[in-house]
Design a protein around this ligand. Structure first.
Ligand code: CFM
Ligand code: HCA
Length: 533
C-alpha cells in the first residue's frame, strides 16, 4: 500500500503532494486507536474533485426527498435544472397526497436581478406557488449569486409566512460556496428543519414502538423496503429524514422514542438536537446488508426492552433470511475473493462493505467525498477536531431542553444497562475499524487518482458516481454507481440485499470487459503510424 500511495502522489507539485498525503491513509490497527486522516478540508484548485456544492447538499440531498414541501430555488435556472430529478429519491404520495417532487421551481434569476436585487421577484414567486399549489410549506434555497448580492431571503420568507397565514415559509442560506462540499449544506438544512418544522405539530401520533429513521433518502426505493420490514416487526416509523417524507412527519418527529441514524454524516445534527430539546436518544443503524439489517432490528428491539417486540423481530429475521441465504449460496462461488473499491459521499463507502462481505468479496480501497474525521475514525475524535475557518462559517445553533416537552425516554440507570447490553448511544465507530489492515482509505479522491488507483490495483469492480463512471469503464473495469444505483435498487433490507448480490454477480462475472481492447491494441500489425514527409 505504501508503494501505491507513493505512486498516486508522485506527479503532484510538492505542496499538493504533501496535502494529499494526509488524505490518503494506510489502514493499520494502532493500539487502541485508528490512524489519523485529514478530511473536510478544501479541495486544491485545479484538481477534478468528485465533490458537489453546499447547495446540492442542502436542497438536493436533505430537503429534496420531501414530497409536500415546495422547494423553491432562488437563483439562475441552471442550479435548478441540474438538481431536477437527478437523485432517484423515490416517493409515494398515495392516491391523494401532495407530491411536488417532479416539479422544478426556480426564480430564474437574470442579470437585472443581480444588479437591482432579487427580493421582489422571490416574494412574487412564493405568492405564485401559493396561489397555484396551496402547499403546507415552501422552502427557499439560496444559490451562489444570492449571497454575493445580499438578497435577504430570510426576511422575505418571514414576511411571506406572515402574509399567507397557513403556509410555513423559511429559507436556507446554502450558497454553493458556503462550505468545502455538500457537507456544509447538510448542516444548514439540519439547522433550519429543526428550527422551523420539528415540533410544530403536537397532534398525538399512533404506535407502540415509535422511532424516526434519520439519514435514509429512499434512493431506488430503499426506504420502502425498510418501511416494509418495520411494519412487519410492529415498529412505527414516525418520520424518515427525509426519504418519502412529508412536512407533518418532520413536525411530529419529536414524539418518537428513539432515533435510528442511518447516514451519520448528513443528519447527526438533527439527532443531537432532538436529544437535547426533547430527550430522545439515538443509536447508529445500517440497513445495507442482510446481516446488518438483522443486527439493526435487534438493536431497536433491545432498546424498547419489550419481549413481544424482540420475539417478533426474531420471527421476521427467520422468515426473511432463507431467501437471502439461497441467493448467497447461488452466487458466492463466482464472487468469492473478488475485490472492490468504494468511493461515495459520506456513508455508503462504509455501509456497502457489508453487502460485498456477504458474498465473500474484499474491499481493497474506499473513501468518502466529504465526510469528516469522525466518519472515518469514530466519534471519539470529535473533541479534538480543529474547527477551521470553513467550518466556523456554518452556523451552530444553540438548542436547549424544551420547557414543557422535554421528556427523557430512559432513566440514567436504564441507559447504562442498555449500554452494557451492547446498545451504544450516540456512538459511531466510523469506516476505518471495519476495513482490513493495509487497505487504502482515501478522502476526496479525484479523477486522476481514481484512474491511477484502478490501473495499479485492478479491482474487480469500482463503485462511485456518474462523474467517475465512464472513465473507469474505459479502463475495462465494471463500474456500479452507488449514488443513483444506475437504474437499480432497492438495495437496503433483505430484499434489497438479494437485488444487490445479483447485480454484483452480473457485473463481475460478465465477459464483456475482456472484449474491451480495440483490434489494434490486440494485434500490433493493425497499427499504423502517420509519417510526416
Ligand atoms: Fe448520506 Fe446519502 Fe451518503 Fe449523503 Fe450524497 Fe446520496 Fe451519497 Mo450521493 S446523504 S452521505 S450527500 S448516504 S446524495 S443518499 S449517494 S453522496 S454516500
Ligand atoms: C450530490 C448528489 C449525488 C451525486 C451523484 C453522482 C447523488 O452530491 O449532489 O455524482 O453520481 O447521489 O445524486 O451525490
Amino acid at each position: 500500500p505504501a508503494d501505491v500511495k507513493a505512486e498516486l502522489i508522485k506527479k503532484y507539485p510538492p505542496k499538493v503532494a504533501r496535502k494529499r498525503a494526509k488524505q490518503i491513509m494506510i489502514n493499520e490497527a494502532l493500539e487502541n486507536e485508528t490512524p489519523e486522516i485529514t478530511a473536510n478540508v478544501r479541495t486544491t484548485p485545479g484538481i477534478i474533485t468528485m465533490r458537489g456544492c453546499t447547495y446540492a447538499g442542502c436542497k438536493g440531498v436533505i430537503m429534496g426527498p420531501t414530497r409536500d414541501i415546495v422547494n423553491l430555488v432562488h437563483g439562475p435556472i441552471g442550479c435548478s435544472f441540474y438538481a431536477w430529478l437527478t437523485r432517484r429519491n423515490q416517493t409515494d404520495a398515495g392516491p391523494d397526497g401532495d407530491n411536488f417532487i417532479n416539479y422544478c421551481f426556480s426564480t430564474d434569476m437574470q442579470e437585472q436581478d443581480i444588479i437591482f436585487g432579487g427580493e421582489k421577484k422571490l416574494a412574487a414567486a412564493v405568492q405564485e406557488i401559493y396561489d397555484l399549489m396551496h402547499p403546507k410549506s415552501i422552502a427557499i434555497f439560496a444559490t451562489c449569486p444570492v449571497g454575493l448580492i445580499g438578497d435577504d431571503i430570510h426576511t422575505v420568507a418571514k414576511n411571506m409566512k406572515d402574509k399567507l397565514g397557513d403556509c410555513n415559509v423559511y429559507a436556507f442560506s446554502c450558497e454553493g460556496y458556503k462550505g468545502v462540499s455538500q457537507s456544509a449544506g447538510h448542516h444548514i438544512a439540519n439547522n433550519q428543519v429543526f428550527r422551523h418544522i420539528v415540533g410544530e405539530n403536537d397532534t398525538p401520533t399512533e404506535g407502540e414502538f415509535k422511532i424516526n429513521l434519520l439519514g435514509e433518502y429512499n434512493i431506488g426505493g430503499d426506504g420502502f423496503e425498510i418501511d416494509r420490514i418495520f411494519k412487519k416487526c410492529g415498529i412505527t416509523n414516525i418520520a424518515t429524514f427525509s426519504g418519502n417524507s412529508t412536512y407533518d412527519q418532520f413536525a411530529t418527529a419529536h414524539q418518537a422514542d428513539l432515533n435510528a441514524v442511518m447516514c451519520h454524516r448528513s443528519i447527526n445534527y438533527v439527532a443531537d438536537m432532538l436529544e437535547t430539546k426533547f430527550g430522545i436518544p439515538w443509536i447508529k443503524v445500517n440497513f445495507i446488508g442482510a446481516n446488518a439489517t438483522a443486527k439493526s432490528l435487534r438493536k431497536i428491539a433491545a432498546y424498547f426492552e419489550d419481549q413481544a417486540l424482540i420475539d417478533r423481530v426474531e420471527a421476521v429475521i427467520k422468515e426473511e433470511m432463507p431467501e437471502v441465504e439461497t441467493a448467497v449460496a447461488d452466487i458466492r462461488s463466482r464472487t468469492e475473493g473478488k475485490t472492490a473499491m468504494l468511493f461515495v459521499g459520506g456513508s455508503r463507502a462504509h455501509h456497502y462493505q457489508e453487502l460485498f462481505k456477504e458474498v465473500g468479496m474484499k474491499i481493497i480501497s474506499a473513501g468518502y467525498e466529504f465526510a469528516h474525521r469522525d466518519d472515518y475514525e469514530g466519534r471519539q475524535v470529535l473533541p479534538n477536531l480543529k474547527v477551521d475557518a470553513d467550518s466556523r462559517n456554518i452556523e451552530e445553533i444553540e438548542v436547549e431542553a424544551d420547557a414543557t416537552r422535554f421528556k427523557p425516554r430512559k432513566t440514567p440507570v436504564q441507559l447504562v444497562a442498555l449500554e452494557d447490553a451492547g446498545v451504544k448511544f450516540k456512538h459511531y465507530d466510523g469506516l476505518a475499524p471495519d476495513m482490513e489492515e493495509g487497505t487504502l482509505i482515501i478522502d476526496d479522491l479525484n479523477q486522476y487518482e481514481a484512474e491511477k488507483l484502478v490501473e495499479i490495483m485492478k479491482p474487480d469492480i469500482f463503485c462511485a458516481g456518474i462523474k467517475e463512471k465512464f472513465s473507469i469503464m474505459k479502463l475495462g473495469v465494471p463500474m456500479k454507481q452507488l449514488h443513483s444505483y444506475d437504474s437499480g435498487g432497492p438495495y437496503a433490507g433483505f430484499q434489497g440485499a438479494i437485488n444487490f448480490y445479483h447485480e454484483i454477480d452480473r457485473l463481475t462475472s460478465s465477459k464483456v470487459w475482456t472484449y474491451l481492447k480495440a483490434p489494434w491494441q490486440e494485434s500490433p500489425e493493425l497499427t499504423a503510424a502517420y509519417v510526416w514527409e
